[in-house]
Structure formats: structure tokens, C-alpha cells
Design a protein. Structure first.
Length: 290
């Protein structure tokens, strides 16, 4: 174990209470749902522990910038905050910033924390979308009043609020006005997660307030934005992929390949894992370098 990593204590009781697991089972994989958890006072999630973690992480696993931004912002217009990463986290109460620590499961103590959370819901996931694949964890630290712009993420995700408050406004997945087919194709080809914002979208969203001890299940690629409350926010995101999410990415990538060649593209269904023939053709074409 990394000598600098705090040791994660064994949980005395489930991280997700029984009612939270039942709510998750009823919603997964297609609906967002508010949950509860018991990780608020975990020592691995204190600001000092997170600053130390951030300073030993590879630079490409950390992203941070100023936090007061419009709901829609182009990636190239994201403003920097002029601080080091350690300074950003240790002074986040006053510096107006946003930071994310990516793939913290590379650290053994945080890997154990991720596993302890996901093992509690793995049987529920397996019944709907098969085994959990590519388990990852991300930690978000946000100054008071910061905004995370309108965007989408490719994973199944449960975000756990640890400190402070925020409101996550969630929009329907698979709404092609918010996420046009070509945006999905670009995204799965390595394009940025940010989406174009229109004020007319707001009425279609569901605002979910999150306080310490609250969590939310987010479906794959459900558009959302986040507004931080009046205090520093710390959130832990535990994520995984499934055959369904992998298939969805493959089919959009296949459509991108067809579109570049002027060929008709196909529909990506709400059960893409069942579109085996198209996935097979895509894999063959990719292997051949098409």
C-alpha cells in the first residue's frame, strides 16, 4: 500500500442503507433516483486527505479551473484559476474553483473504498445489465457558488454528496435535441463531454438537491448541470460500465465510421447490447482498419 495513503476502515454497516438499495433497484439502469449513503465522515474524504492524494496523482488524472461559468461553455473557453492543484484544494473555500480527481482507485485505499460501495449494489446491476465492468471513482471539489456546465458522462454513475450542498439538474437520456446523434458519435470518438445549452431546455430538467448523506443515480449519458451551494462541496462519484454502455459506444462509433464514408447510419436502440450483428460488423471493420 502507498505509504502516504490513509487506511480505509472497514465499514461497520452498509454504505447504502436498505431503502437506498431498494430505490436503486427500482430505477436502474434508465431512471435517475435520489439515494442515501453513510460516507459523510470518512477520513479518506477530508480536504487534507484529498489535497495529499491530489499532489501524488499523475497530472493527466487531475482537472481544475475557475468554477463560476455559464451553463454552456466551450472546452477551449474554460478559464484557469492560476493556482497549483494543492493550493486549489486547500483554499477552495475562497478561490472560486472546481477540481476533479480522476481514477482515484489507482490508490489502494481509495480502491478499497470504491469496491466496498459497489459490491453492495453489484447483484442489482448484474440482474439488469450484467457484471460491472471498468469500475472507477472520481472526486469533485467545488467552491461556493460554482457551476459545472451542461454535459454528459459515458458511465453508469452514483454521485455521493460528502460535504456541502449542490443541486444537480438532470435531463432525459436519449433526447436527440439535447444530444444529437453526431454529438454522441464525436463523444465516443474522444470528443468533449460538454453540450450546447439552450434556455428552452431548462423546463425539461429535474432539479435534485443534494446534502451530505444524499446521493443520486445517473443513467448513462443523461445530460445534467450542477450548481454548488453556499459552502465548499466534496462529492464522490462511483462509476462502472456494462455490456449495455459498451455496446452503445460501439454502435455510435460504427455510425461515425459509416457517416464518414457517406453510408446510411443505423438506429441505436434502448437495448444496444442486443444489436449483436452491427456490433460484430463494427469490430471486424475496426480490426481491418476501415
Amino acid at each position: 500500500m502507498n505509504a502516504h495513503s490513509p487506511i480505509a476502515p472497514a465499514p461497520a454497516q452498509p454504505l447504502f442503507p436498505e431503502d437506498a438499495r431498494a430505490a436503486f433497484a427500482a430505477a436502474y439502469p434508465d431512471r435517475p433516483v435520489k439515494l442515501s449513503h453513510r460516507l459523510m465522515d470518512h477520513p479518506l474524504l477530508s480536504l487534507d486527505a484529498l489535497a495529499a492524494l491530489a499532489e501524488r496523482m499523475p497530472a493527466d488524472r487531475v482537472e481544475y479551473n475557475l468554477g463560476r461559468m455559464p451553463l454552456g461553455v466551450r472546452p477551449e473557453d474554460t478559464p484557469e484559476n492560476g493556482l497549483t492543484l494543492g493550493e486549489t484544494i486547500r483554499t477552495i473555500e475562497t478561490n472560486g474553483s472546481w477540481a476533479v480527481l480522476k481514477n482515484v482507485e489507482a490508490d489502494p485505499a481509495y480502491a478499497a473504498l470504491l469496491d466496498s460501495a459497489l459490491e453492495e449494489i453489484a447483484p442489482i446491476v448484474a440482474r439488469s445489465t450484467g457484471p460491472m465492468l471498468h469500475r472507477e471513482a472520481f472526486i469533485f471539489l467545488t467552491s461556493p457558488g460554482s457551476i459545472t456546465p451542461f454535459h454528459m458522462d459515458p458511465e453508469h454513475n452514483i454521485l455521493l454528496q460528502i460535504r456541502g450542498s449542490k443541486t444537480m439538474t438532470v435531463f432525459p437520456a436519449r433526447d436527440e435535441e439535447m444530444v444529437p446523434a453526431q454529438k454522441s458519435e464525436d463523444f465516443h470518438g474522444g470528443g468533449h463531454r460538454n453540450l450546447e445549452w439552450k434556455d428552452s431546455f431548462r423546463a425539461r430538467g429535474i432539479a435534485v438537491p443534494l446534502a451530505p448523506g444524499d446521493a443520486i443515480h445517473m443513467p448513462v449519458k443523461a445530460p445534467h448541470f450542477v450548481e454548488n451551494g453556499p459552502a465548499v462541496s466534496v462529492s464522490l462519484s462511483v462509476t462502472w460500465r456494462s455490456e449495455r454502455s459498451v455496446a452503445e459506444g460501439e454502435l455510435h462509433s460504427f455510425n461515425a465510421l459509416l457517416r464518414r464514408r457517406g453510408l446510411p447510419v443505423g438506429r441505436v436502440s434502448d437495448r444496444p447490447e442486443e444489436q449483436g450483428l452491427r456490433r460484430f460488423v463494427y469490430r471486424v471493420m475496426r480490426k481491418l482498419g476501415a
